[in-house]
Design a protein around this ligand. Structure first.
Ligand SMILES: Cc1cc2nc3c(=O)[nH]c(=O)nc-3n(C[C@H](O)[C@H](O)[C@H](O)COP(=O)(O)O)c2cc1C
Length: 307
């Protein structure tokens, strides 16, 4: 049975994963936090927490709220900053077999570029995932990924700053995600991951005010799966670079739906909070399904529902 997936076929070095199961940024720390719980080396790739130029404390508490079949979070990109990632985390990753992809974020195009430049040539980093769900402070805080022009601008700028394989992670908070995907692909993305969280809120009725300290947050978990699946299907039909599906994936059958919709790989996010072994369970379930169905190569399933 063949599980390897090439995520960056147009990149000179490529980004070959031994299997299609990845972790989603912000839900698996730096991988190190989970390495005593199960053999993280068995995964296709690990995507670390969103990394910014300077360390960030994130948004005011409370920052998490449970919803029906989902979670609202307003962590606000709390992270240790790119220097600490390079000094403290990359040396550990360099000894790992599993590729680690650094998710990067910024409030200006220049900030993304600086983070990418600092990560250039650092051992232990196999690729970048550019999170374009961040507010662009120069244009009043709309997400970079909300429109094709600003999405392409940040993608092209990071492309120039890095020689690593580059994934660009799309936000669902836009009116036409396929157009954003096409713009990002034309601007040099090697692959596209989607989706990030959907904007939402909750209200504390005893206090008469929003429950999250930041007022709004991002919805994730099983509640968003049908939306994410539809968007993956749309984007896979619009671009010819690999797609990484994400959004509510909890079981192998969820993952297989995304793969059949057109995703070459998938990311497990919120599911890891309830079950830290979820990414491995998803991988084992995919293997069982392929065995049962007599599928010899995972690539046979990629986009099967598109045809
Ligand atoms: C607590 C939390 C923190 C997150 N942090 C990031 C982040 O730093 N960068 C990013 O691109 N996505 C981040 N995400 C979004 C996830 O990577 C993923 O796109 C989203 O949660 C949908 O997948 P899921 O439903 O499987 O969780 C975060 C999600 C959660 C729940």
């Amino acid at each position: 049975m063949k599980l390897p997936i090439q995520l960056a076929p147009k990149h000179p070095q490529g980004l070959l994963l031994v299997n299609p199961v990845m972790t989603a940024s912000g839900t698996f720390g730096y991988g190190t936090e989970y390495s005593h719980l199960f053999d993280v080396q068995k995964l296709g790739a690990i995507v670390c927490k969103g990394t910014t130029l300077e360390p960030r404390e994130g948004n005011p508490q409370p920052r998490l709220a449970e919803t029906a079949s989902g979670v609202l979070n307003s962590i606000g990109l709390e992270n240790i900053g790119v220097n600490a990632v390079i000094k403290e985390k990359a040396p550990i990753w360099a000894s790992w077999e599993v590729p680690v992809i650094v998710n990067i974020a910024g409030e200006t195009v220049d900030e993304y570029v600086q983070v990418a430049s600092q990560l250039e040539g650092v051992a232990g980093i196999s690729g970048l995932e550019v999170n374009i769900s961040c507010p662009n402070i120069k244009v009043g805080g709309a997400e970079f990924g909300a429109n094709p022009d600003s999405a392409a601008e940040v993608t092209a700028a990071v492309r120039k700053a890095t020689s690593l394989p580059m994934l660009v992670k799309l936000t669902p908070n836009t009116s036409d995600i396929a157009r954003v995907a096409v713009a990002v692909a034309e601007a040099g993305a090697d692959a596209i991951s989607l989706i990030n969280t959907l904007k939402g809120m909750a209200i504390d009725i005893t206090q008469h005010r929003p429950l999250l300290g930041n007022i709004t947050g991002g919805l994730s978990g099983p509640a968003i799966k049908p939306v994410a699946l539809y968007m993956v299907y749309e984007v896979a039909g619009a671009v010819d670079i690999p797609i990484i599906g994400c959004g509510g994936i909890t079981t192998a059958s969820d993952a297989l739906e995304f793969i059949m919709a057109g995703a070459s790989a998938i990311q497990v996010g919120t599911a890891s909070f309830a079950n830290p072994r979820a990414p491995l369970d998803v991988l084992e379930g995919i293997e069982q399904f392929m065995k049962k169905e007599g599928i010899k190569d995972i690539n046979e399933l990629v986009g099967a529902a598109q045809r």
